[in-house]
Design a protein around this ligand. Structure first.
Ligand code: PRX
Length: 651
């Protein structure tokens, strides 16, 4: 199991924080028997949550479980956009702020539920006019601007399946995702802002579309205008502002079957090809609505701020669908935490009186490095709940967050989940669960998780093993788009009847879960999930490279950093210039998020007799540990020599 040292350190963690009495007194979930009640009848528990949504047609059956395929709320018909908009607009939330948007250069915009509803209706009609029909796929490649959730909800309104591609992905990555989904429309922008620089989204889109014939139309948001002139293809491209100007706001919501797909979101797996995770309408919306309300203790008057990008699942579930299904006010921020200065996030908290703040451990560690004087300059007294997601949080970062952001007053919810789970699975309920720094605490009511050994048997308290989910849940992925076989093989074949998360964990004497990181070939860099094979494929695509092995090594700030061991083709000399070129090559193939931190040239890679690269040993080398078991290697001398070379090179 990876992370042995972390494991040992966590065994020493005994601090406990009970929910503050004033918080508990008015918590949304205040009755601890919720766990037992849900465990006694999970289907009834989830059905009750599903009934909080508005259904055009009530469901007749809660769950049909035909492993590994689950169907939830059968026979029910609903629309996700209707649940996020119309039902609020028809009631007292009509003029409540739905989205508070803060742009990077300092511009801002507030959309009430009524205004958001009109924008969504207009864009839904634009999509229809472009020929988009129920079930068609629409790829969205936008910066963090209001048009992004508007486009998603417009798709949901007419029953089209959206596939949002993070704006930091390259043209090639975008092209592959469009082709896999066979999208007919692409929504993009002229450019986006990043630390005062422009990200050329339209140019990337043009490059992607040279080889993506399924796309008939592109809708382009004018975000930066004259500063980023774009090439125009009149037969294909339309400006967003021109199209919506001529579009009526009224668009009836399409009644969708509970099991109809709501969206596809690509994520990295253990092969070179990203997986299109498919989420349903009824089950997904039930999962995100319930968890937003319970985990974030959502009250009517709250201002809620999740710092994720909507290009990742956290943004889908906890900026868009979860908060809006609950009629909440959700803040979205376009830019970076250190632009124009390192106090930016706290300035936003102060400006809008944010009550609930949800971010990633890597962002907290960056703040620790910048120093507590930044948050100290701002009035953070509105904050009453903090959350983290995306990677294991080290107890030091947890304590810093607690002291310097929560000022010792606010509970922290460390939420474990995945793109595939759709919604939070393991997390405190802040009004009733005592927290321990570094632990995501317990599976939520209605969720069943376990830690098992190689044979699939539950391990004892304190022992490490594989984290599995042992019962279907409403917001679980339904399949991998176009590849149901991979869905079966990836998640359900290792331990029959159990969902394999790919994470290692242990459970302590109190039943608390401690997440230990991925145990497969997926790495987590600043909370971004990257497949080692994707980076390897990008490297061997370069003319100079014969072979490459990529691993995640521990990094103080980012959680993990990307280290690549590269064998060059025979006639190619190694040089620093080539290292830089290879890093740039990966960034161009995938996106800057996958740029390797280190590249190490080696004549040979450690392999087993059957030719499999032993990445475990490369991790030992990169993390400066003694080498693990080398007996299965074809030539153990290779790895010894590599270790010596690495240590010499790294000084
Ligand atoms: O390894 C776990 C880690 O992030 C992975 C899921 O990544 P992704 O699908 O991109 O979704 C990220 C946001 C939900 C998991 O397999 N992870 C996520 N949250 C936590 C975590 N690891 C430890 N603690 C968490 N709270």
């Amino acid at each position: 199991m990876a992370s042995d040292e972390r494991f040992e350190a966590l065994l020493q963690e005994h601090r406990r924080f009970a929910p503050p009495p004033d918080f508990a007194a008015r918590a949304v979930v205040a009755d601890p028997t919720i766990y037992d009640k849900a465990a006694a009848d999970p289907e009834a528990f989830w059905a009750e949550e599903a009934r909080r949504l508005d259904w055009f047609e009530p469901f007749r059956e809660i769950l049909r479980w035909d492993p590994p395929h689950a169907q939830w709320f059968l026979g029910g018909r609903l629309n996700a956009a209707y649940n996020c908009l119309d039902r609020h607009i028809q009631g007292p939330r009509r003029n409540k702020a739905a989205i508070i948007w803060e742009g990077e250069p300092g511009d801002s915009r507030v959309l009430t539920y009524d205004q958001l509803g009109r924008e969504v209706g207009k864009f839904a009609n634009v999509l229809k006019r472009l020929g988009v029909k129920k079930g068609d796929r629409v790829t969205i490649y936008l910066p963090m601007i209001p048009e992004l959730p508007i486009a998603m909800l417009a798709c949901a309104r007419i029953g089209a399946v959206h596939s949002v591609v993070f704006g930091g992905f390259s043209a090639e990555a975008l092209r592959d995702r469009i082709n896999d989904a066979q999208a007919s429309v692409l929504v993009t922008a002229d450019a986006g802002w990043r630390r005062g620089n422009l990200i050329p989204l339209k140019a990337n889109a043009d490059a992607a579309l040279r080889d993506a014939p399924s796309v008939r139309h592109t809708v382009v948001v004018r975000r930066v205008g004259d500063r980023a002139p774009v090439d125009w293809h009149p037969e294909r491209d339309v400006w967003w502002h021109e199209a919506v100007a001529a579009s009526p706001a009224h668009c009836p919501p399409e009644p969708m079957d509970s099991e109809d797909p709501l969206f596809i979101l690509y994520t990295s797996g253990t092969t070179g090809k990203p997986k299109g995770i498919v989420h349903s309408t009824g089950g997904y919306l039930t999962g995100v609505a319930a968890t937003t309300r319970m985990v974030f203790d959502l009250h009517e008057e709250d201002v809620y701020f999740c710092t994720a990008d909507i290009g990742w699942v956290t943004g889908h579930s906890y900026i868009v669908y979860g908060p809006l299904a609950n009629g909440a006010t959700t803040v979205m921020y376009e830019g970076s935490p250190d632009w124009p200065d390192r106090g930016r996030m706290w300035a936003i908290v102060e400006k809008y009186g944010v009550n609930i703040y949800y971010t990633a451990p890597t962002a907290i560690r960056a703040q620790m490095r910048w120093g507590p004087e930044w948050p100290a300059r701002y009035d953070l007294s509105s904050l009453r709940l903090l959350g983290t997601v995306g990677e294991p949080i080290n107890p030091e970062a947890w304590m810093w967050y607690h002291e310097h952001i929560g000022r010792g007053r606010t509970p922290i919810v460390d939420t474990w989940w995945q793109t595939e789970t759709g919604a939070i699975m393991i997390s405190p309920l802040p009004g009733i669960t005592a927290t321990k720094p570094g632990s995501a605490t317990r599976p939520l009511p209605g969720v069943s998780a376990a830690v098992v050994n190689e044979r699939g048997e539950p391990v004892g308290p304190g022992e490490g093993g594989y984290l599995v989910l042992t019962r279907p849940w409403p917001s679980m992925l339904r399949t991998i788009y176009g590849d149901d076989e991979r869905y079966r093989a990836q998640y359900w074949s290792r331990f029959p009847g159990m969902y394999l998360t790919g994470d290692g964990a242990r459970v302590d004497e109190d039943g608390y879960f401690w997440l230990l990181g991925r145990v497969d070939d997926v790495i987590n860099v600043s909370g971004h999930r990257i497949g080692t094979m994707e980076v390897e494929s990008a490297l061997v695509d370069h003319a100079a490279v014969a072979e490459a092995a990529v691993i995640g090594r521990h990094d103080e700030l980012k959680g993990q950093a990307i280290a690549a061991f590269v064998t060059l083709k025979e006639s190619v000399p190694a040089s620093d210039a080539l290292k830089a070129e290879l890093k740039a090559h990966v960034a161009q193939k995938i996106g800057a998020l996958a740029r390797p931190d280190d590249i190490f040239f080696t004549a040979e890679l450690p392999k087993t007799r059957s030719g499999k690269i032993m990445r475990r040993l490369l991790r030992d080398i990169a993390e400066g540990r003694a080498l693990g078991d080398t007996t299965t290697l074809a030539d153990p001398a290779v790895v010894q020599q590599l270790k010596a070379q690495y240590e010499e090179a790294e000084g």
